[in-house]
Design a protein around this ligand. Sequence first.
Ligand code: TYM
Length: 326
Amino acid sequence: MRVFSGVQPTGNIHIGNYLGALKQFVALQDEGDCIYCIVDLHAITLPKEPKELKNHILDVAALYSAVGIDLKKSIVFVQSDVPGHAELSWILTCSSYTGELSRMTQFKDKAKGDESTPTGLFVYPALMAADILLYDADIVPVGNDQKQHIELTRDIAIRINNRLGDDTFVVPAGRFLKEGARVMALDDPTAKMSKSAESEMSRISLLDDDGKIKKAIMRSTTDSDGEIRYDIENKPGISNLLSIYSAFSGRSIESLEQGYAGQGYGTLKKDLVEVAVDALSPIRDRYAEIRHSGELKAALEDGAERANAIAERTMKRVRERFGLGR
Ligand code: TYM
């Protein structure tokens, strides 16, 4: 089984990214061949300060290692180190429809009908499809917000397979966790936790110190009825905290509801602080050890080479099928 996924190199990688995606990346290492990418070409769909982008690429690489990705076993690499991504992206762009790209909710949310929306944001899903199809991935571990992009990847792959042969592309499947697939903002549990939200209290970043973790959880928005019960519609704040607690601790929501029955929100929050700090402080320590190490740079170099070898095999097949080249 081949596994592929990616994270954009931006700052503020948060517990939503961790509980929805990175935790799966680590677990899947025991089940298949894993390829984890730092998608810098995706990051420039919105203008980025070049120096900052370069740093964020290494930040994400170090976080991959810090959360438990084995840089020797899995392939970890930077997207722009493998030219096949950009090439296949163009080919898939030509096989995708403007209608389906216009229906992507992430595009609609970001573009809001503005005519000066960068075209890259519009064709972003074709680049994401290229990432996945380039490696013949079977499984793509992601959070819920990427579901639509994975569906589109499947549609494009099937469309091309129907035209050019069933074995042109492997049709991938998304993998989503029960708890953690959609972590909501702590200060507004009706919005997704995001890297770009202005308020620091909306998220817990993986590198936040214990004090910040405590503040964000203790101040998180709940409701006034005082009952610890999972009910997304009517109690989005408490439901989000239960979900986060469950994802960090492995305890089911039902067991948490029973365990906290009759207790106040303060107790639940205090315990969640402890659970989150216990999970995140070792990540912070490992990150500090590896971020500026030669080991990290060497791993990315090696990752690029290994990824390129697989990508080049796919591209040979794809160029052949499409009749490209001499
Ligand atoms: P990105 O960088 O926004 O997010 C990285 C991963 O974190 C998940 N995620 C969340 N999960 C739960 N709750 C949240 N609040 C939350 N926010 C983010 C995302 O679903 C993702 O799995 N387009 C992708 C990157 C990408 C990719 C790919 C992924 C590019 N090519 C190929 C898989 C395969 C993105 O922007 O993720």
